[in-house]
Design a protein around this ligand. Structure first.
Ligand code: SF4
Length: 446
């Protein structure tokens, strides 16, 4: 049999996961099947991320490993996609001339065309800077059938000094509410019960659009309410809101829309106003805490997760103390903590006063210890309650794992198909997951 196979490796954030679903969808529509074996693949795609540390070294390492395979099988096509492709473009072709296609974040719809052109025309590159077609409008091949990412906007109009996104994804471009709804309705008809609306800054959704026949702009709150009406959909999540652009109507829409889950990812980055200013994050600590209070008052029991960067250039011991203080006051249920390291191409990378690595490490360890203790207290408070769990699959120890509406991970015995809803009594707490016992399956799949 002469099947064409593709191997796809994804690095980075949900936006890249979302793009990879589209890459897989395009290749599948063209007759390729997936493989995990590079020596068996006719196309190898690296969907890269420019945010992680040493992303380029890792990419060139991976490309180096593929080189002998390509020499043995010159018909193998190697594709570099994603943020690093967008940022580095021609450099990738210079450093790894055996790469056949370099395709940026805006050019995904042209992937098959570029692959075909590479057959006869040699290495191809498209790192154009304008999104003509939303990635969500392309065919998708999803790893799971009950959950889907739905892009509502691409790009970002902010300029946080540590972030490469505005450079590689461009200014924000929103999709129309009608377009998003049509996709969500189609997904729900195909059995998707949970969606995550995806944008770099969901609160500014619609700022670049107008409502047909009206001078006003569509709002994120409006989108949430509209998606809440989609039949057969059970859960709505979104990521990420920006504390600066948060508005009361979003809190109202969350509180009033029964499918919107009781969880919010609310990126803090630092608890020091001085550092927030240097990061060009245009909110301040008291305002952040105020929003948190309003959100919690309107949506009782809501779980809050956040992102925190430790050791941003110029961060003093006092600044870090402010972060610890805010973490104590905010009582996050979960925090993604990062040690700052410069990302080439960002403003922060050229700032003076980079904090020495051992200092960053020491602060980071203190923050993680504090946050783990707070998270564990929050998890312990769940013991004895009963929660709705949506099964995701089987975890490491062969136990079923799923998530509550508050995004807490629950492990429990017994086999339950992914996509099944069940009620679980929470019997034990750990910093990152809960143990549950089955009360009953509420909606089974299959
Ligand atoms: S809001 Fe800031 S951190 Fe988020 S994508 Fe935009 S520039 Fe990056």
């Amino acid at each position: 049999m002469n099947e064409r196979r593709y191997l796809l490796r994804t690095f980075g954030c949900q936006m890249n996961e979302h793009d990879s679903e589209r890459i897989a969808g395009l290749l599948t529509a063209d007759g390729y099947v997936s493989t995990e074996d590079a020596s068996d693949a006719s196309v190898v795609v690296f969907n890269t991320c420019a945010i992680r540390e040493n992303a380029d070294n890792r990419l060139y390492g991976n490309l180096g490993h593929l080189r002998p395979l390509k020499q043995k099988n010159p018909r193998m096509r190697i594709v570099v996609a994603g943020c690093l492709a967008q940022k580095d473009g021609g450099t990738i072709q210079q450093r790894a001339p055996w790469v056949d296609v370099v395709i940026g974040t805006h050019a995904l719809p042209g992937l098959l065309d570029l692959l075909h052109r590479a057959e006869t025309g040699g290495p191809q590159m498209d790192v154009s800077e304008v999104t003509e077609v939303f990635p969500s409008a392309l065919p998708a091949l999803r790893g799971v059938s009950h959950h889907a990412w739905v892009s509502i906007a691409v790009g970002c109009d902010n300029a946080c000094t540590f972030c490469i996104v505005p450079l590689v994804r461009g200014p924000q471009r929103s999709r129309s509410i009608g377009d998003v709804l049509a996709e969500v309705q189609g997904l729900a008809r195909r059995g998707v019960v949970e969606i995550t609306l995806l944008g770099q800054n969901v609160n500014t959704f619609g700022r670049d659009l107008t409502v047909p026949g009206s001078p006003r702009k569509p709002l994120f709150a409006e989108l949430l309410r509209a998606v809440n009406e989609v039949e057969d959909l059970r859960r709505i999540r979104f990521t990420s809101p920006h504390p600066h652009d948060f508005t009361p109507d979003v809190i109202d829409a969350m509180a009033e829309s029964d499918k919107v889950c009781e969880h919010i990812h609310f990126p803090l980055q630092s608890g020091s106003d001085r550092v927030l200013k240097a990061m060009q994050r245009s909110y301040r600590r008291e305002r952040y805490l105020e929003w948190l209070e309003r959100i919690r008052a309107a949506i009782p029991g809501i779980a809050v997760s956040t992102d925190i960067i430790v050791g941003f250039p110029g961060e003093t011991g006092d600044d870090f103390g402010e972060t610890l203080d805010l973490v104590r006051r905010a009582r996050f249920d979960q925090a993604y903590t990062f040690q700052y390291s410069p990302r080439p191409g960002t403003r922060a990378a050229t700032m003076e006063d980079q904090v020495p690595k051992p200092v960053v490490q020491e602060r980071f360890d203190r923050l993680v210890a504090l946050q783990e203790a707070i998270a564990l207290e929050g998890m312990r408070a769940q013991v004895g309650s009963t929660a709705e769990v949506l099964v995701e699959g089987t975890g490491r120890k062969g136990r079923t794992q799923g998530r509550t509406r508050t995004n807490r991970l629950v492990h429990l015995d017994g086999e339950h198909a992914p996509g099944t809803f069940l009620d679980a009594r929470i019997v034990a707490a750990h910093p990152h997951h809960l143990d549950g016992e089955l009360v009953r399956e509420t909606v089974a799949v299959g």
